[in-house]
Structure formats: structure tokens, C-alpha cells
Ligand binder design. Structure first.
Ligand SMILES: NC(=O)c1ccc[n+]([C@@H]2O[C@H](COP(=O)([O-])OP(=O)(O)OC[C@H]3O[C@@H](n4cnc5c(N)ncnc54)[C@H](O)[C@@H]3O)[C@@H](O)[C@H]2O)c1
Ligand SMILES: CC(C)C[C@H](N)C(=O)O
Length: 367
């Protein structure tokens, strides 16, 4: 991988490598764009097949966070971190403390939170060394696990997409196929079940499947069979790149709306969904609830205020669909356009010289 070419291509600001032999920490922090504010994004812990794969994942996810924050109307930039290792076997407290010190060294340019493979307990360890961490235990006045809030945002965004496809946002009686029933999707299924939707679920983790059957009367299918289920809505809540040449022909749903990051394998798959008349709720717009929730901590966490902001995801999905219909472009392009325009507008309005430029969040975390 030619790192500088890649960074130049998508206009990345900074890539940081962190190594601590004592704890075995090998981490990468990617900062994409801080026009709107400090880069906030989770830390992923994963068994990457190679260092290049880890770098690429950090960079790709960081850019997604720039768009996620811009689309959600937050004054935050985009960043993400990855720790190379197996989250089940390779963690130790010193690793997260060492990582916290590297974050502190960035002096607020990057703020972390949970992502796949990291937990509230890990954030508590990072918090021992830095204040630039969110999703910390509620005992510290923080917001805790962001997943249930992400799930609520996905539920609201799914309703907005359903309104476009079916003329109503009522999901009762609708059949929804959910791929992956982990932290986010379990909570999503609860909202859908309460509204009277029929659920078809799959997961490679049998316990998670059983929990959805027991709690929501879901029908379970094998992981490879989820795409071809007869359903109204397909909800990807496990992996990225699952909307691709192999899966699109199998889809019967009229809406794709789920929590997973980077759902389209390539942009052209968003074009194909549009050609097939499938309403695609862009991933970084619909799954912004967790980010909105942890971002609220930066102003002193207030659950009611955070949940009110999460409600805006319904309107944000509607806004994207409106741009898509108005300009005759697929929804993924409409979302990119909406976010890029906001970043450009803010950049222009902050272009005048100031001797001591300030950002609304520059006062945070100075205890
Ligand atoms: N947690 C959040 O707040 C949040 C916020 C935004 C986006 N996301 C994204 O949403 C997705 C789910 O996040 P999560 O926190 O629920 O993660 P999770 O790890 O708790 O859940 C993912 C589930 O998918 C299952 N899975 C993995 N591979 C699968 C496969 N091939 N087929 C079927 N199931 C499979 C896993 O066993 C697990 O149960 C991820 O892509 C994550 O990046 C999460
Ligand atoms: C800041 C976090 C809650 C980030 C979350 N993992 C996401 O991808 O949006």
C-alpha cells in the first residue's frame, strides 16, 4: 500500500502509529478531516491479516466518521483507531492505558469511543490516562454503551426509508431480515418487535440467534440464506461490503436499512440498488445515533438532549431521499453531497483570520 498516495487521494490529515512492547499494544490512529471540529471515532480491535489491512481499515473508517458527523449536524471531524489483536484473548489493562497516553499526546485532535471489539470497560481504562475518551461508564457522568442509542437511530431511519418505499412508516406487519443480532441489532429487533414487525434473523453466534428467537419470536436462517429471504426490509447489522454483485440479485426487499458501516462494497452497488428501485438508507446517516450520543458527553452528558438529537436521523434520511429525488442521483451520492456541502459551508464561514481562533469544543476536558 502506498500510504501517502492513499492519504492524498482522500485528503487525510494525519496517521499515527503507536507501539508499546510492555503491553503488546500495536495501534493506528487515523485522522481524516477536522474542519468541523476534533476528530471523534471509535477504537476497533481486530485480528488483521496484515499491517496494511489494519492501516486501510483505520483510514477508511476515519473518513466514514467525517461524513457521519457532518451528516448528523455535529461540530466534529472524522477519525478512527484500530488496535491489532484478538479482542477475546489479547487484551490487558496496560494496553489500554498505554493507548490512552498516545491519545492524550494528540491534545484533543482525536477523541475515542467504542467500536467493534472494544467495550465500556476498555474506555474506562483509557480514561485513566486521558480525558479525550467518550462512552465511558455512567459512573463517571458519561453515556456508557452507545449501541442501544445507535439501534434507536437505525429504527427511526428505517421508518423514514419505509415511508418512501411503502407510503407509510408503520412497520407493523412488515417482514424485516436482520443480518447479525449483536449489540446494536438486538436492541433494533426489540423496537421492531414492539411495533409488530415479523423478524427473520441470522448470526454466526448461535447464542445471539437463540436470544432473538426467545425474546422476539424471530425466525432464524443460516448466514448464507439471509439475502434471499422474502421480506420488505433488509437490515445489515454485521459486516461491511455486504451489498455487492453476489448479494444484490438475491434481495427481495424494497428497503436496505441497517447499522453496519461501509455496507456498499463499491459505490456502483449503490447505483444498482437505485436502478432496482430499492431505497437505500446510507449507512453513515442511519447509524449516527451512537456518535450523536457520545458526542453529547463533550458538553456534559444529558440523555434527554442526546435522544432528541438522535430523533433527527428520521429527518436526515428524508433530506437525503429528497436530494436523491430532486437531483436524480442514488441516495449514497445524495448523502455525500449533503455532507460535503456542509463541510465546505462551515469552512468558508470560518476562513477569516483570527489571532486566537476558537472552536465551540475547545473548552472541553480541561478539568
Ligand atoms: N455499536 C455501535 O454503536 C455502532 C455504531 C455505528 C455502527 N456500528 C456498526 O454496526 C455493526 C454492528 O455493531 P455491533 O456493535 O452490534 O457489533 P457486534 O459485534 O455486537 O454485533 C455484530 C454481530 O454480527 C455477527 N456476525 C459477524 N459476522 C457475521 C456473518 N458473516 N453473518 C451473520 N452474522 C455475523 C456477530 O456474531 C455479532 O453477533 C458493525 O458493523 C458496527 O461497525 C455500530
Ligand atoms: C463514536 C462511536 C460510537 C463510533 C461507532 N462505533 C460508529 O461507528 O459510529
Amino acid at each position: 500500500m502506498n500510504i501517502f498516495s492513499y492519504m492524498e487521494n482522500y485528503d487525510y490529515e494525519q496517521l499515527v502509529f503507536c507501539q508499546d512492547a510492555n503491553s503488546g499494544l500495536k495501534a493506528i490512529i487515523a485522522i481524516h478531516d477536522t474542519t468541523l471540529g476534533p476528530a471523534l471515532g471509535g477504537t476497533r480491535m481486530w485480528t488483521y491479516a496484515s499491517e496494511s489491512e489494519a492501516i486501510e481499515d483505520a483510514l477508511r473508517l476515519a473518513r466514514g466518521m467525517t461524513y457521519k458527523a457532518a451528516g448528523a449536524g455535529l461540530n466534529l471531524g472524522g477519525g478512527k483507531a484500530v488496535i491489532i489483536g484478538n479482542p477475546r484473548t489479547d487484551k490487558n489493562p496496560e494496553m489500554f492505558r498505554a493507548f490512552g497516553r498516545y491519545i492524550q499526546g494528540l491534545n484533543g485532535r482525536y477523541i475515542t469511543a467504542e467500536d467493534v471489539g472494544t467495550t465500556v470497560a476498555d474506555m474506562d481504562l483509557i480514561h485513566l490516562e486521558t480525558d479525550y475518551v467518550t462512552g465511558v461508564s455512567p459512573a463517571f457522568g458519561s453515556s456508557g454503551n452507545p449501541s442501544p442509542v445507535t439501534a434507536y437511530g437505525v429504527y427511526r431511519g428505517m421508518k423514514a426509508a419505509a415511508k418512501e418505499a411503502f407510503g407509510t412508516d408503520d412497520l407493523s406487519g412488515k417482514t424485516i431480515a436482520v443480518q447479525g443480532v449483536g449489540n446494536v441489532a438486538y436492541n433494533l429487533c426489540r423496537h421492531l418487535h414492539e411495533e409488530g414487525a415479523h423478524l427473520i434473523v441470522t448470526d454466526i453466534n448461535k447464542d445471539n440467534v437463540q436470544r432473538a428467537i426467545d425474546d422476539f419470536g424471530a425466525k432464524a436462517v443460516d448466514p448464507g440464506d439471509i439475502y434471499s429471504q422474502t421480506c420488505d426490509i433488509f437490515s445489515p447489522c454485521a459486516l461491511g461490503a455486504i451489498i455487492n454483485d453476489e448479494t444484490i440479485p438475491q434481495l427481495t426487499a424494497r428497503v436496505v436499512a441497517g447499522a453496519a458501516n461501509n455496507q456498499l462494497k463499491e459505490d456502483r452497488h449503490g447505483d444498482i440498488l437505485q436502478e432496482r428501485g430499492i431505497v437505500y438508507a446510507p449507512d453513515y446517516i442511519i447509524n449516527a445515533g451512537g456518535l450523536i450520543n457520545v458526542a453529547d458527553e463533550l458538553e456534559g452528558y444529558n440523555r434527554d438532549r442526546a435522544m432528541k438529537k438522535v430523533e433527527t436521523i428520521y429527518g436526515n434520511i428524508q433530506a437525503v431521499i429528497e436530494i436523491s429525488n430532486r437531483d436524480g442521483i442514488p441516495t449514497y451520492k445524495a448523502a455525500d453531497r449533503m455532507c460535503e456541502e456542509r463541510i465546505a459551508r462551515v469552512q468558508r464561514s470560518r476562513s477569516t483570520f483570527l489571532r486566537d481562533g476558537k472552536h465551540a469544543l475547545s473548552r472541553i476536558h480541561h478539568k
